[in-house]
Design a protein around this ligand. Structure first.
Ligand SMILES: NC(=O)C1=CN([C@@H]2O[C@H](COP(=O)(O)OP(=O)(O)OC[C@H]3O[C@@H](n4cnc5c(N)ncnc54)[C@H](O)[C@@H]3O)[C@@H](O)[C@H]2O)[C@@H](O)CC1
Ligand SMILES: [K+]
Length: 512
């Protein structure tokens, strides 16, 4: 998996590299500027063909320092470059000052209030106002510029954001302030690794194309770092050449009553597709005929109450459970959830099971480390109302409380893995290990927003746990497969199609 960093982690990595004498801050700034110019010419080759006009907006920190480097490099390409500075040049930090002076030898520096706004006035706008040091909402002349630029609605406008679009918090992907004012970039060039904010919340819709430039820093893995889930780095999902069905686990998916069995059937199909050796639907008597008419490889067993459930769970071959999709919210269902939690089996709690946990104060304490909760935003708010509130409150200062923070806090409180759904799905363990499955940028899967898709995800995670994967890797692999199946299928996809894509996706990542 690839690490993505907070601003503080990035600063620490830079600091260590500079302190060790491996590189100077000035060298890093030069490489950052070059990385942006190279990415601009790669993204828009037409800009490299003839000299053009650039407007470079520089802020009061090192992001502004990068801007002066970019201005100098574009000038060296023969461009007409105009530079606008926010604030007092005498207060720039040292490396930015050096590059300010280098630029001053080549051209003027005007004040930000005079910066042009319209596409006709420049071929390229460079946003070097704020990067990882954004501390509060945009205001004053910068805010005016951002609003005017947004109102201009230029077709084919080209704005490159240096490190991160100004106004966006690099830890959370949230816009600081109540107004949602942020530079809208077509290209964002970050350095060393992407930042968490590029992937969460509105980060991906604000950055345009995201490019990460190598500035020669060495990676320094750390337990606290957040990972991006990647298909190429999932645990092995191949089946053993010598296995039999029971060696691949037996998943039990509990269904609700008649006329609401679809969700459990979708989950069961998902569990089977990702390789559980057997999948059984636990079905109330009244729904038997309905389910029997619609399943083939999935098996069925009548489970009406806790007694029948306990009998089934006495079979040690049942290796994972899924409870919640279409399950119901009655007292029998609540008793069954309690009975399941008492068994300490690998269990995915989704949909109605999450609502039951939220309604019964004793339930949260019964959750354990082999559970995975899979809430969407509404379910998350029911389960963890105070945490959800902190996440919804408009952030006034940076770094802002993020979905990563919220999921980590929820997992610590629940004592189990929490998979907080969305295009920016965050998965956290109670110990704070955390990853993001980002169905954004080239991995976007917008057709996942369809009825029943969450049921399939619950089934995927259950199937992988039934096969013996631990809760967090199962949640990560399930989330990645889910989004990738939808991406591969593309437009027109409905929930039934998701699991059907598993064979193609498995083949593509070498699963056998
Ligand atoms: N430190 C280094 O060696 C390197 C830093 N790099 C660049 O440096 C950036 C980080 O630099 P800094 O830490 O100086 O932070 P920034 O340049 O992002 O901004 C910090 C400055 O902006 C002010 N500020 C924050 N929010 C404001 C607001 N809303 N309105 C007005 N002023 C505000 C702060 O008081 C501070 O003066 C990175 O994003 C990256 O672009 C790169 O050059 C790579 C090397
Ligand atoms: K920026």
């Amino acid at each position: 998996m690839t690490e993505i960093l907070t601003a503080a982690q990035m600063r620490a990595i830079e600091h260590i590299a500079i302190e060790s004498g491996e590189v100077t801050g000035l060298e890093l700034m030069e490489r950052a500027g070059k990385g942006v110019v190279d990415a601009v010419f790669m993204q828009w080759p037409e800009l490299s063909e003839t000299s053009r006009r650039a407007v470079v907006l520089c802020g009061p920190g090192n992001n502004g320092g990068d801007g002066f480097v970019i201005a100098r490099m574009l000038k060296a390409h023969g461009w007409d470059v105009r530079v606008y500075l926010l604030g007092d040049a005498s207060k720039l930090p040292p490396d930015a000052t050096t590059n300010f002076l280098r630029w001053q030898a080549l051209g003027d520096v005007e004040t930000i209030g005079d910066a042009p706004r319209l596409a006709g006035e420049a071929d390229l706008y460079v946003d070097a106002l704020f990067g990882t040091g954004l501390g509060r909402a945009l205001d004053g002349a910068v805010l005016d510029w951002v609003r005017d630029r947004a109102a201009a609605k230029d077709v084919g406008a080209k704005t490159v954001a240096v490190d991160i679009p100004s106004g966006l918090c690099s830890d959370s992907g949230r816009v600081l302030g109540a107004g949602a004012d942020v530079v809208s970039a077509q290209l964002t060039v970050s350095f060393h690794t992407a930042k968490i904010g590029h992937y969460l919340n509105v980060g991906s819709t604000t950055c345009g194309t995201l490019v990460v430039a190598d500035i020669g820093l060495t990676s320094q893995s750390h337990d606290g770092f957040v990972d991006i889930v990647e298909g190429a780095r999932l645990p092995s999902l191949s089946k053993s050449d010598h296995g039999h069905k029971f060696s691949n686990g037996h998943a039990l998916v509990l269904s609700g009553g008649a006329n609401r069995t679809g969700a459990a059937r979708l989950a069961a199909g998902g569990a089977l597709r990702v390789g559980a050796g057997l999948v059984t639907l636990g079905v109330p008597h009244e729904a038997r005929a309905e389910i029997a008419a619609q399943i083939t490889a999935v098996m069925m067993r009548e489970i009406d109450d806790v007694v029948a459930l306990d009998q089934m769970l006495d079979d040690p071959r049942v290796s994972a459970l899924c409870v919640g999709p279409g399950f119901g919210l009655g007292s029998t269902q609540a008793d069954m959830v309690r009975a399941i939690l008492a068994r300490k089996c690998a269990t995915v709690l989704d949909a109605d099971a999450l609502t039951l946990v939220a309604q019964m104060p004793d339930m949260i304490e019964r959750l354990h480390e082999r559970c995975v909760l899979t809430p969407h935003a509404g379910e998350f708010a029911r389960l963890f109302p105070d945490i959800a509130l902190a996440l919804e409150r408009a952030p006034t200062s940076g770094p802002a409380y993020s979905k990563v923070d919220a999921t980590r806090d929820a997992a610590a409180r629940a004592g189990c893995v929490v998979l907080f759904k969305g295009p920016d799905t965050v998965i956290a363990s109670p110990e704070g290990q955390c990853s993001v499955n980002a169905a954004v940028y080239a991995s976007a899967a917008p057709w996942l927003a369809t009825a029943g898709s969450g049921d399939v995800l619950a089934g995927f995670v259950t199937g992988l746990m039934a096969r013996g994967h631990a809760a967090k890797p199962a949640a990560e692999a399930g989330a990645w497969l889910h989004a990738e199946c939808a991406r591969v299928f593309g437009p027109g996809m409905i929930a039934e199609d998701i699991a059907e894509q598993v064979p193609a996706v498995f083949r593509a990542i070498g699963v056998r």
